[in-house]
Design a protein around this ligand. Structure first.
Ligand code: NAD
Length: 428
């Protein structure tokens, strides 16, 4: 019998990426094989199916996830994403990146991630509120202020966190309720949120670009940048870069791609997008262009701030930017990274570049826990100090051990966890 040969198409997913990144760094440090076994797997995985009544009166069933990768360094921490691509492997990958990120940042947290598989654009605000509340109810006591603390991610925001907080508190006894403000971070400031948490991730992205430029002896004034994703991270990164004199020449979001070699005003674009269902499409300062040409545009700085696996081996040879600052989690796949590094393109890795978000969350959590309210200036200063420490550590390790920045960041993160496991041993 003739066997038909099927051409194997290797679709590289985020989980594959994070595992390869981890194993590469673990090999370099000669990570203890038993600790490697622990870190390779997630601690807990929760999949919930829950019914929600739609505005039409019909009931729809949704699937939500919460994956808790590791809590050796402290409570699980990580965002909730509402997107059609959310599945168990995406949640596993993103949870693992959170473990490395919190470890690298020196925070007393572990890593988790989750979300709901849905396209929020298809639902009314009232439906999204009911979906969020029912999801929170389904998660029950698998989240908690000292156990697992969610935060915003793609298509979730301060409002989503306020609904989660209210639902979580409502299910507790009256005496317990107000002790739970820090069950989520990224809340509105009127509901226990912190000054500066909204801009923390984008500000951190900007800071890492500033540190990188200083190291290269470059001035950001007049430098051009492109941003994929004009949501929380993309907008704030653009805002701060523009204030420093850099020029936003292209932007891409789920609605399309815009280009203007003379630059577009980030704040005006935000106001336009807010009035246009979150979309940049149609903004008069930019000319529409083909989505597939975005990453190949002439620019100095490229900021992926949308989804994972956007920069692939097909796109990497065409990238003109001198540096890729990963606002998104997992935007560059392993094959693309090899090509970029060979071509001399620097990559500020996600677990360093976008850590401002979880650092800002940590500040919010501390304030809630201690009944304190910190001022914006103080928070941004503390954030800068922490980002600077992490950046310097990564750069030092990269130079000292002749590693790329991602591998250096992973080495630092994994060594901190290795130390904790070595000191404590394994129960029983
Ligand atoms: P967001 O929902 O505020 O914005 C997402 C943006 O991505 C939107 O502009 C959307 O249109 C765009 N987008 C979606 N699909 C796209 C596609 N196929 N092509 C181009 N653009 C697309 O989300 P966010 O909070 O800004 O998160 C963006 C990224 O940053 C994610 O990878 C997230 O994990 C990461 N991140 C977020 C935070 C945070 O604090 N929010 C912290 C660290 C990392």
């Amino acid at each position: 019998m003739k066997v038909k040969k099927v051409k194997k198409v290797h679709k590289q997913g985020m989980l594959d990426n994070v595992m390869r990144q981890f194993n590469h760094a673990a090999d370099i440090i000669g990570l203890n094989k038993n600790i490697r076994k622990i870190l390779e797997v997630t601690n807990n995985e929760l999949v919930v199916h829950f019914p929600v009544r739609m505005d039409s009166g019909e009931v729809e069933i949704f699937t939500g996830y919460r994956v808790q990768h590791n809590n050796a360094l402290g409570p699980y921490k990580g965002g909730l994403r509402y997107h059609p691509t959310v599945d168990i492997d995406a949640a596993r990958a993103l949870a693992m990146w959170m473990t490395w990120k919190t470890s690298l940042a020196g925070l007393p947290y572990g890593g988790a991630k989750g979300g709901i598989e849905l396209d929020p654009k298809k639902y009314s605000t009232a439906e999204l509120e009911r979906i969020t509340r029912r999801f929170t109810y389904a998660l029950g006591d698998n989240i908690g202020p000292e156990l697992d603390i969610p935060a915003p991610d793609v298509n979730t925001n301060a409002q989503t966190m306020a609904w989660i907080l209210d639902t979580y508190m409502s299910t507790k006894s009256p005496n317990e309720r107000s002790k739970n403000l820090h069950v989520v971070t990224g809340k509105p400031t009127g509901s226990g949120g912190s000054q500066g948490r909204d801009r923390a991730t984008g500000y951190g992205v900007f800071l890492t670009i500033k540190f990188w430029a200083a190291h290269k002896g470059l001035d950001l004034t007049g430098k051009t940048f492109i941003v994929q994703g004009f949501g929380n991270v993309g907008y704030w990164a653009a805002h701060f870069l523009e204030k420093e004199g850099a020029k936003l020449v292209a932007v891409q979001d789920a609605s399309g791609t815009l280009y203007n070699e003379d630059g577009m005003a980030a704040d005006e674009l935000l106001a336009y997008a807010q009035a246009n269902n979150g979309n940049v499409e149609g903004f008069a300062q930019g000319a529409p262009m083909a989505n597939e040409d975005f990453f190949g545009l002439e620019c100095d700085i490229c900021i992926p701030a949308a989804l994972g696996n956007q920069i692939t081996a097909l796109k990497a040879p065409h990238i003109k930017a001198k540096v890729i600052a990963e606002g998104a989690n997992g935007p560059t796949d392993v094959e693309a990274e090899k090509i970029l590094l060979e071509r001399g393109v620097d990559i500020i890795p996600d677990i360093l570049c976008n850590a401002g978000g979880v650092i800002g969350s940590y500040f919010e959590w501390l304030q809630n826990r201690n009944g304190e309210l910190w001022q914006m200036d103080e928070i941004l200063q503390k954030l800068e100090k922490k980002m600077r420490e992490s950046y310097d550590k990564v750069q030092h390790t990269a130079l000292e051990q002749n590693l790329d920045m991602r591998t250096a960041a992973f080495v630092i993160a994994i060594e901190r966890l290795e130390q904790a496991y070595t000191q404590r041993g394994i129960f029983p």
